[in-house]
Write a protein that binds this ligand. Structure first.
Ligand code: SF4
Length: 327
């Protein structure tokens, strides 16, 4: 395999969830002197552009404001109907993928062929992406489709950067730091598309992640200040009881809706228990305030992403807290 040279690419696509690891991945590129004009933040919207069902309402706007604060471009991608439509599939094709193009028009692909299939259940908390379909269908495949269906990636070298850290799980610890990306087609007969994947955070410890975020004086996603240790979906299937109890405090209406779906499906998010039992056995985070709750569940992010000069950077309540068990 070719020797990795971080500075040999034309485009750098940071898979940007708005969480601490993707934030640190982006800041790492700045530390290494990658020109901002070559960097793009890419955010896959879990709930598409529909009413929020599973994720934090504020996340897309937090990502947008983050990009503005650092003077980099951001592009959004989503599967039509998002998490909810995929979950409710009944003998249907998976929905089309939408992606923002360089001129900010919206590209659309897929949704008209493939396998007719039924989900009618929540993704299962498993390392197997076939049953944990949310990561593959709503993030990984959506990103790949957006690359392979845009002419602008033909004939150039593109690096996709993602923030998986080995500390989070044994499986992530085995991910290669550098490898060809699944969108790569460097040996294509008709055209070439050179796409590599880089995981600069794989061997970083959480301390190093917070250090770089502090050094750049970044105000992180509001969920961290309320006590969440990871900025994943608000109702991430890997959440533990305290996280579900906290989500129920922050978003009672969404919680009731998800409980209704558990009953309709006859299949719970976590095997062996159901959402009401998890919520009742957990303790909500003590740092949830009305202001943070309103910010995290609103669609507009208002505070500055980079702290003002007079503000002191504070380690969020959720730092070093419970990892919700990513695999
Ligand atoms: S954050 Fe959790 S629920 Fe959301 S896509 Fe990832 S694994 Fe699925």
């Amino acid at each position: 395999m070719e020797q990795f040279n971080l500075h040999s690419y034309d485009k750098y696509l940071v898979q940007f969830s708005g969480g601490k690891d993707s934030t640190a991945s982006f800041l790492h590129l700045l530390d290494e002197g990658v020109p901002k004009e070559k960097i793009e933040l890419w955010h896959q919207e879990i709930d598409a552009r529909d009413k929020t069902f599973f994720d934090w309402e504020v996340t897309p706007d937090y990502c947008r404001k983050f990009a503005e604060a650092f003077g980099v471009k951001i592009f959004f991608q989503w599967k039509e109907g998002g998490f909810k439509r995929e979950m409710l599939r009944k003998e249907e094709y998976t929905a089309p993928t939408h992606f923002e193009c360089i001129d900010h028009s919206i590209g659309k692909v897929g949704g008209t062929s493939g396998k007719l299939s039924t989900r009618w259940k929540f993704p299962q908390a498993s390392p197997d992406l076939k049953v944990r379909w949310c990561s593959s269908y709503l993030k990984i495949d959506v990103c790949t489709s957006a690359i392979v269906n845009q002419e602008r990636f033909r004939g150039i070298r593109t690096l996709v950067i993602s923030g998986e850290r080995g500390e989070e799980s044994a499986r992530r610890a085995k991910y290669p730091v550098f490898e060809p990306d699944r969108a790569d087609r460097r040996n294509g007969k008709q055209f070439q598309r050179h796409v590599d994947r880089y995981r600069p955070m794989r061997d970083m410890k959480e301390r190093e992640v917070w250090d770089i975020i502090e050094r750049y004086r970044v105000r992180v996603h509001p969920c961290y200040y309320m006590g969440w240790g990871r900025c994943s979906c608000k109702f991430c299937i890997f959440s533990r009881k305290n996280q579900f109890a906290s989500a129920a405090v922050v978003s009672p209406a969404q919680t009731r809706l998800i409980i209704r779906y558990e009953k309709r499906f006859g299949c719970t998010i976590k095997r062996g228990t159901d959402l009401p039992s998890l919520i009742h056995s957990g303790t909500p985070y003590k740092d949830i305030t009305p202001e943070l709750k309103a910010l995290a569940t609103g669609r507009i992010y208002t505070p500055s992403v980079i702290l003002e000069e007079h503000e002191e950077w504070v380690l969020p309540a959720g730092a070093y807290g419970e990892n919700c068990g990513a695999v």
